[in-house]
Design a protein around this ligand. Structure first.
Ligand code: CTP
Ligand code: MG
Length: 189
């Protein structure tokens, strides 16, 4: 294990997660309109998900993540096999799973927040920072486990996973501060 290999593994892990990372910020940009839960309330008297999760946000986030993934795939394939998201046409599935998994994780996070009695936009340490990452990883493990293990677990790739777990809260914070400045988001977290 050379230092260069570790750095490379970190860079690659970040590269492969970019389509998941952009999904939630782009959901903020595209969001609004009909909520995913259609306004439904559960027996605890709280919304299923709340007004912060909309169909437009979901679709816009998923489409943006897919589009970025397609661009990275074209650039990556030209750059060499290690940057490729995988062979065609299966790669299309991966490029859907990454942002959709992230957005499903975000929905699950909102569901848990509502069950805890937290209003839309309330802070939930841990959940806010990691829900999309957990969602993306779970969906990949379910539908493309070999893809996930090769890129986030086996050999040096595990360093990439550790790096992602470390930087994700900071990244989340920076992106949300930018979003708050732009007034797309109502709270800076
Ligand atoms: N958004 C959306 N649809 C989504 C996800 C996000 O429309 N699927 C938009 C909403 O306008 C939301 C904003 O992006 O208010 C910020 O997203 P997020 O911080 O995830 O939601 P919160 O408003 O904080 O709500 P929650 O407490 O449910 O996380
Ligand atoms: Mg929030």
């Amino acid at each position: 294990m050379a230092l260069g290999d570790v750095a490379l593994a970190m860079g690659l892990a970040f590269w492969f997660l970019l389509p998941a990372y952009v999904a939630n910020p782009m959901a903020v940009v595209f969001g609004g309109g009909v909520p995913v839960d259609f306004g439904r309330v559960l027996r605890d008297g709280r919304r299923v998900l709340g007004d912060g999760k909309t169909w437009r946000g979901f679709a816009g986030g998923a489409a943006s993540g897919f589009a970025l993934g397609a661009i990275l795939q074209i650039i990556g394939s030209a750059g060499g096999p290690s940057l490729s998201f995988g062979p065609w046409p299966g790669v299309l599935g991966i490029l859907v799973l990454l942002p959709v998994g992230a957005l499903l994780g975000d929905l699950l996070g909102a569901f848990i927040k509502r069950r805890l009695g937290l209003e839309r936009g309330a802070k939930a340490a841990g959940l806010d920072q990691y829900d999309f990452l957990i969602g993306a990883f779970l969906v990949l493990l379910l539908f493309a486990p070999a893809w996930w293990f090769v890129r986030f677990w086996e050999g040096d790739a595990i360093w990439g996973l550790g790096f992602i777990i470390l930087i994700t809260p900071a990244l989340h914070r920076v992106v949300n501060m930018i979003g708050y400045r732009w007034e797309h988001k109502r709270e800076p977290w």
